[in-house]
Each structure stands twice: as C-alpha cells, then as structure tokens.
Design a protein around this ligand. Structure first.
Ligand SMILES: Cc1cc2nc3c(=O)[nH]c(=O)nc-3n(C[C@H](O)[C@H](O)[C@H](O)COP(=O)(O)O)c2cc1C
Length: 181
C-alpha cells in the first residue's frame, strides 16, 4: 500500500526550478509513496460568479480529494507565495467544510533567490493555519535557483538538495502515518 501525494507547483513556467524540485521528488519517492503532479496551467483565478467550475479546477479538486498528503513547491514572488499556488488552495478551500484540505499533512519546498523562498514559505505556513493543513516542520527545503544547482531546464542537479528532498519525503511519510493513526 502506498500513500498518494499530490504535488502542486506555484510556478507555471515550463522550465521552472520549483517544478524541477517536484520532478526530482516524484522520481525519488520512498517506498510506500506515490507522487502525482497537479497541472495549474488552465486553472483561472477563483471567482465565485463562475456558474460551473472549469475542467482544470474539477481535475485539481478530484486529485486533492484522492490525496493523502500534499507536496507544495513554493516560489517566492515579492517576498510572498506565488499567486498560482495560493489560488489553487483558495479554490480547494471553498469546497464544503474545507474537506479537501482540512487535516491533511503537507510538505513545503521552494527554489528562488538567496533566501531559498523562506519568506514565502513562512507566509504559506500562515495560510496553512486557516486551512487546517498540517505542514511538516523539518527538514525545510530552501534551494537557491541561481547558484548552479539547476540546469537550464529547471532540473535540480545539486546532490545536497537531492538529499534534502529525499529526507523531507521520508519525514512526510512518517508525518502522514502519525496523523492518520
Ligand atoms: C513577480 C516576481 C517576483 C519575484 N520576487 C522574488 C522574491 O521576492 N524573492 C526571490 O527570491 N525571488 C523572487 N523572484 C525570482 C524567482 O525566485 C525566480 O523567478 C524563480 O526562478 C521562480 O521560480 P521558478 O523557476 O520555479 O519559476 C521573483 C520573480 C517574479 C516573476
């Protein structure tokens, strides 16, 4: 039996370093964990006036419903989390009783400037409080996207970051088991 982890990237860029972190995670998930990547490309800004949810939103909500845990790649835009990621969480939070998110474990990672998206990640942790998501505390993954740790396609090539991601996934698996006891 494997737990099902939905990975959500806050960058829509094809060669995103943040998506590169998630690709590495997906390819190196520990035994007992399967990671699927969400696609936010066609998810519009949340708008309560939309009579029907767009197909991309329905797909995201379905994947969230099937997920035992979340893996959030959090780019930093102007010292905060990127709008695509916040928007995905906003859509999910409007479902009855916030049942898609409430009580779920989440691991957070990010690639950006010298602070490794730490400022944005701490904003995201604040958002998790209201959503009743349970973010994993440690290890934190703060990657510098501009110091030779990524290739030009956004793949992470730094072994230290590889190790950190693997450790975080191991910790997420344990955290999910602890919370579901
Ligand atoms: C609108 C905007 C604001 C940004 N602000 C920050 C910032 O506050 N801190 C930071 O470290 N990087 C900032 N960056 C640079 C991003 O870290 C960089 O573009 C990074 O590669 C984005 O992640 P991605 O490669 O996954 O797209 C900003 C980029 C954009 C587009």
């Amino acid at each position: 039996m494997s737990i099902n982890v939905l990975a959500i990237c806050g960058s829509l860029r094809a060669k995103s370093a943040n998506r590169g972190l998630l690709r590495y995670a997906q390819a190196n998930a520990p035994e007992g964990m399967k990671i699927h990547l969400a696609d936010l490309l066609d998810v519009p800004f949340y708008n309560a006036d939309l009579a029907e949810k767009p197909a991309a939103v329905e797909q995201l909500l379905k994947q969230l419903g099937e997920a035992d845990a979340l893996l959030l790649a959090c780019p930093e835009y102007n010292y905060s989390l990127a709008p695509a990621l916040k928007n995905a969480l906003d859509w999910a939070s409007r479902e009855p009783d916030n049942h898609l998110l409430s009580g779920k474990p989440a691991a957070i990672m990010g690639a950006g400037g010298g602070m490794g998206t730490s400022r944005a990640q701490y904003h995201l942790r604040q958002v998790c409080v209201f959503l009743n998501l349970h973010p994993l505390n440690q290890p934190e993954v703060f990657a510098n996207a501009f110091a030779g740790s990524f290739d030009t396609d956004g793949n992470v090539i730094d072994e230290k970051i590889h190790g950190l991601i693997r450790k975080q996934l191991d910790a997420l698996l344990k955290w999910q088991q602890q919370l579901s006891r």
